[in-house]
Design a protein around this ligand. Structure first.
Ligand code: ADP
Ligand code: MG
Length: 233
């Protein structure tokens, strides 16, 4: 519980800082990206083409780090609507499949009929993408990623399962703490964002892990309070 509180305090602080500077940094990045893209099409720059794509890729990476920070910021009201998890997954599927393909992995979808839930669609997309990216990164050579939805007695459940080497016990204690990463190029923000999105949806995240892979389950409560948006009106 104490750990949970420390985590949330840190998240709020990171969120406030992100809200302060994130937008300001993003604007100049967008301008630079635009000019780089323009220069890359010029004949006199042709011999440096590979440098231009590298610069653009790096800017995109910086931009996605800012996006992760900004999603910790609660500077915009959430928009809850009755939405179906399966339709969100179906919309994301081409993106997920393209990511998987780049890593020689495949994606299985096992979606059962589930009731609509009160969700902020943008946040749930980000939650799914963050878990999917971790799952793919856990299988550096190749593997199967499985995305499941189903209902059980109490919950509507979303599961993201990989065939990676699992999460060691000492690391399990730290995951989800902002900035904790075991990756050379990680931000350590992906799971922190997932936990805060889950908390805003009254959902719980469980992790099962072992030497044959890891499963992240997000358990939503059906029949949530349909007046959620009222807080923000
Ligand atoms: P990042 O991906 O930038 O490292 P995250 O918050 O998304 O940050 O993840 C934190 C850490 O949790 C990762 O560095 C990794 O050690 C561990 N982790 C998360 N998901 C998985 C997974 N599916 N398999 C193995 N390790 C994982
Ligand atoms: Mg991550």
């Amino acid at each position: 519980m104490e750990r949970e509180i420390a985590r949330l305090d840190k998240l709020n602080l990171v969120g406030e800082m992100a809200a302060g500077i994130g937008h300001e940094i993003r604007n100049p990045l967008t301008t630079v990206r635009g000019f780089l893209q323009f220069l890359a099409t010029k004949e006199e720059c042709a011999k440096y083409k590979s440098y231009y794509s590298l610069m653009i890729e790096e800017l995109d990476r910086a931009n996605s780090i800012i996006t992760e920070y900004l999603s910790l910021a609660k500077d915009k009201p959430l928009k809850f609507n009755m939405t179906n998890l399966n339709s969100i997954i179906t919309t994301l599927f081409p993106l997920i499949q393209a990511d998987a393909l780049k890593k020689n992995s495949s994606v299985n979808l096992e979606m059962k009929d589930v009731p609509d839930l009160l969700l902020d669609e943008n946040e749930i997309r980000q939650l799914i993408l963050n878990l999917v990216r971790n799952a793919l990164e856990a299988m550096p050579l190749s593997g199967n990623l499985t995305i499941k939805t189903f209902s059980d007695v109490d919950n509507v459940v979303l599961e993201i399962q990989d065939e990676g080497k699992g999460i060691p016990l000492d690391i399990m204690e730290k995951i989800g703490t902002p900035f904790f990463t075991t990756k050379d190029d990680g931000t350590g923000l992906g799971l922190a964002v997932c936990y805060s999105i889950a908390a805003r949806h009254d959902a719980k995240i469980n992790v099962k892990t072992g030497s044959s892979g890891t499963t992240f389950s997000v358990r939503f409560l059906p029949n949530q309070n349909k007046n959620k948006n009222k807080n923000y009106l």
